[in-house]
Write a protein that binds this ligand. Structure first.
Ligand SMILES: Cc1cc2nc3c(=O)[nH]c(=O)nc-3n(C[C@H](O)[C@H](O)[C@H](O)COP(=O)(O)O)c2cc1C
Length: 375
């Protein structure tokens, strides 16, 4: 890494500590949050994607979590420009991304993704593939517009995640992140709003976590014991920003315990504003509760370094810079272990280097125009 942390800065002292996640040592506490960019025609990440990630690793990001990348199941996605984590050409492209990030001093995991009922039949990259999910519902209270998955469908998707994880290790990645957040397939099972099944995969929180836990266990079986498996989850859904998986710490524990038991090494608790308490009576955010309930290392995320909520980014809204003292206080208190940065890093590849060197006055506001290119 080409970054020299400032010896005196509080940010550097807290954020530049290495951390070991299962068998992986990450050089510091800063992760790049997964962000879909749609710059991979045919699902193949090319030179521009390689340099986009490598630039950020060279400028101090310890762990890159790639944009969501489709597992090898034809119903997994809805765009030909989102990278895929299956197919020879696609995996060869990814292998080069990992190589470049390593050469720049960083570590990298792919975010493995199946969008479930967010897909509509007829969409690319496999227009004939049906839209499917736990109950064929895209949202709570919606009419079924897709297929309720059969046991065979469930087994196929579990196998596709496991294959992608095995491929990730084979082609040189440092771990994997399973996308269990934001109302996509795995989260459609976790959330009662989209999971109305009456078999072993629906019902109470433990039953709703069964599918996610099966994916984790199958992944675990196909990778080395020391290969880190990260699980990202959220309360909010892209179908409903106010939705919650768990109203109480007890409900959250019921969901997270089977996932942890299946072999999750690290949880990535996705919130839109990291400073908001998750449950009454405590300042802990969702990541803080996750660490307290599971004892696992946890990544926090959500408006770090920025004032505006990222949801508005999709409406073209920018955001002014915000200080990170609250984040540093929480990290110093060991509320969580790592922090993922989304828009601020999308805007500015040098964000981590600036923060580690105490150059806060050089941080840039987020401008939604940054979405237009892979700069
Ligand atoms: C353009 C864009 C694309 C995103 N794509 C993904 C994705 O593929 N997977 C995912 O889990 N989250 C995705 N997110 C959410 C981010 O990972 C992150 O949680 C969110 O932006 C909040 O962090 P921030 O406030 O630092 O931007 C995306 C966010 C943005 C702005």
């Amino acid at each position: 890494m080409t970054v020299t942390p400032s010896a005196t800065s509080r940010a550097a002292q807290i954020l530049s500590r290495p951390i070991t996640l299962n068998g992986l040592t990450v050089p510091n506490r800063i992760a790049m949050a997964p962000m879909t960019r749609m710059f991979s025609p045919g699902g193949v990440p090319g030179e521009d994607v390689r340099s986009y990630y490598a630039r950020r690793a060279a400028a101090g990001v310890g762990l890159i979590v790639t944009e969501g990348t489709y597992v090898g199941h034809e119903s997994a996605g809805n765009s030909s420009r989102v990278p895929r984590f299956h197919g020879e050409e696609q995996l060869a492209g990814w292998a080069k991304v990992a190589e470049d990030v390593h050469a720049a001093g960083g570590t990298i995991v792919p975010q493995l993704w199946h969008i479930g009922m967010v897909r509509e039949q007829g969409q690319n990259p496999y227009p004939d593939a049906p839209a499917m999910g736990p109950s064929g519902l895209v949202n709570a209270g919606a009419e079924a517009t897709g297929k309720a998955m059969t046991q065979q469908d469930l087994d196929d998707v579990v196998a596709a995640f496991a294959q992608a994880a095995a491929d990730a290790e084979r082609i040189g990645f440092d771990g994997v992140e399973i996308h269990g957040a934001h109302g996509y397939l795995v989260d459609q099972f976790l959330w009662a709003g989209t999971n109305t099944r009456s078999d072993a995969y629906g019902g109470d929180p433990v039953a709703r976590a069964k599918f996610g836990a099966e994916i984790v266990a199958a992944v675990r079986e196909r990778v080395s014991a020391e290969f880190p498996v990260i699980f990202r989850y959220s309360q909010w859904k892209q179908q409903d920003y106010t939705a919650r998986l768990a109203e109480t710490p007890e409900e959250l524990e019921a969901i997270l315990t089977p996932l942890a038991a299946a072999g999750v090494d690290v949880f990535h608790a996705s919130t839109r504003r990291y400073w908001l308490p998750e449950f009454d009576g405590s300042d802990l955010n969702l990541a803080g509760w996750t660490k307290k309930l599971t004892g696992k290392p946890v990544i926090t995320v959500g408006s770090v370094g920025l004032d505006g909520d990222f949801i508005n980014a999709f409406q073209g809204e920018g955001s002014p810079v915000k200080g990170i003292d609250n984040l540093l206080d929480r990290m110093e208190a060991d509320e969580f272990d790592m922090v993922a940065i989304g828009r601020a890093l999308l805007q500015d590849p040098e964000w981590a280097a600036k923060v580690l060197a105490d150059r806060f006055e050089e941080l840039k506001p987020y401008d939604a125009a940054a979405l237009q290119s892979l700069s």
